[in-house]
Design a binder for this molecule. Sequence first.
Ligand SMILES: CC(C)(COP(=O)(O)OP(=O)(O)OC[C@H]1O[C@@H](n2cnc3c(N)ncnc32)[C@H](O)[C@@H]1OP(=O)(O)O)[C@@H](O)C(=O)NCCC(=O)NCCSC(=O)Cc1ccccc1
Length: 137
Amino acid sequence: MADLSAEQLNEISKGTFADLMGLRVTELGPDRVRGEWTVTPRLHQPAGIQNGGVLCTVVETLASTGGAAWYGERGVVVGVNNNTDFLRAVREGKLTAEATPLHRGGMQQLWQVVISDDDGRLVARGQVRLQNLPHRS
Ligand SMILES: CC(C)(COP(=O)(O)OP(=O)(O)OC[C@H]1O[C@@H](n2cnc3c(N)ncnc32)[C@H](O)[C@@H]1OP(=O)(O)O)[C@@H](O)C(=O)NCCC(=O)NCCSC(=O)Cc1ccccc1
């Protein structure tokens, strides 16, 4: 994960859960990860707005990707808590997300993810706590 480009990550993510909802990573690094997707009816809940689970998925994916890029060859990281606030309902259009670290410790990390619409309005804000898992010898 540490040395992957955004394009390489998108390639190896084909067929995964985040790929199914159309998430594309546009920037990948240990200090910031950005991504985007387009809200379509396939992402709606029955009332015709985007399912909140999509927002949780984006928060989980970008935070974990950034945490893994930073932890690098030391091991893998896994999410252990995801807390996402849904601030604005969305029916259609492109959304962008940006993940940045709040804390990066030896055992755990805390990343924040901000999701905005094309007009720059805040759609959701989440945070994920990650566990660093060193390789077992
Ligand atoms: C509306 C509120 C909850 C509270 O807003 P506030 O904090 O008070 O802030 P503010 O007053 O600034 O309004 C902000 C904007 O909201 C608009 N607006 C306000 N009132 C109404 C109204 N009565 N009706 C319609 N719109 C209303 C308001 O005009 C403004 O827009 P504007 O600037 O005019 O263009 C907002 O936080 C929100 O929409 N969050 C996202 C929720 C969401 O998408 N959840 C996920 C999907 S659910 C799910 O997945 C579960 C499920 C799964 C499967 C199956 C079934 C279920």
